[in-house]
Design a protein around this ligand. Structure first.
Ligand code: 9MG
Length: 265
């Protein structure tokens, strides 16, 4: 999943793709590099980001999705917390809702996903982007995130969403300390018992900087380590800014794993 942020303030590429023509060109380039999903977002979800009003978010993402819809052979996901933005994005040609706010109480986003039969990324977050990093607390983060998915999948199916529409995502960096992120990365395999595809987003995230001292794109080696270990743990979708490098790392890891499995057979 290649990231196209149409935002002035995203932590790694904020401001680069505000013009729809630049965002479209970037999406096409990511697909050339091997992206199999393009994730378009108009509101930064980095810690303490300023919330964006609905009209502004619509103004950012809809022209991009409209232009991409006729040109891309791969699905477009809309990264939004707002049901009205998701609705407009699906009408414009997106087919997946990437919902970092799946911890919400009200169910209008889920009714929309049921009605449109869109794919749905159900991401775990403790708190909101404004509050999530103030004091994240868990007794056992892997168990609690697993319980969240279990409970949420039941609620989603009550709303009419089919199991085959759902992708789960532990939400690396969303209300988690470095230690929580490491525990989740080490425990990814435990989510396979939920029998849903798992998505992982570690690309350029701050915990890699806290472990290494690196900034922005210099966090790529750390992100590739996460991607390869995630593939080994059964994760199917890697959300990435650096698509060419991630595809190469993942394909290499997959070839090694295939060899290991054939040698075992
Ligand atoms: C929008 N966004 C930023 N990081 C993300 C992550 O890790 N997962 C998903 N699903 N979306 C993310």
């Amino acid at each position: 999943m290649g990231v196209v942020n149409v935002t002035p303030d995203s932590f790694s590429d904020g401001g680069r793709f505000l013009d729809p023509r630049d965002a479209v060109a970037h999406a096409l380039e990511l697909v050339d590099q091997g992206a199999e999903i393009i994730d378009v977002g108009g509101e930064s979800t980095r810690p303490r980001a300023t919330p964006v009003e609905e009209p502004e978010e619509l103004r950012r993402v809809i022209p991009v999705i409209e232009r991409l819809a006729g040109r891309l052979q791969v699905p477009i996901s809309i990264d939004t917390m707002k049901p009205a933005v998701a609705r407009a994005a699906l009408a414009a040609g997106a087919t997946i809702v990437n919902d970092v706010a799946a911890n919400r109480r009200e169910d209008n986003m889920w009714r929309l996903v049921a009605e449109t039969q869109a794919g749905y990324v159900c991401m775990h977050m403790q708190g909101t982007p404004q509050t999530m990093q103030s004091a994240p607390t868990y007794t056992d983060v892997v168990r609690e995130v697993g319980d969240f998915f279990f409970e949420r999948i039941q609620r989603l199916s009550h709303c009419g969403i089919g199991l085959d529409q759902i992708i789960i995502d532990p939400g690396i960096g969303f209300g988690k300390t470095v230690e929580h992120n490491l525990q989740l990365l080490a425990g990814l395999r435990s989510f396979s018992c939920l029998a849903r595809p798992v998505l992982l987003g570690a690309s350029r995230k701050s915990f890699i900087g806290q472990l290494s001292g690196a900034d922005g794109r210099a966090r790529l080696p750390g992100a590739l380590a996460c991607a390869c270990l995630a593939i080994e743990a059964g994760v199917q979708i890697i959300r990435a800014h650096d698509v060419a490098e991630t595809v190469q790392a993942v394909r290499t890891a997959e070839a090694i794993l295939a060899k290991r499995n054939s040698d075992l057979a």
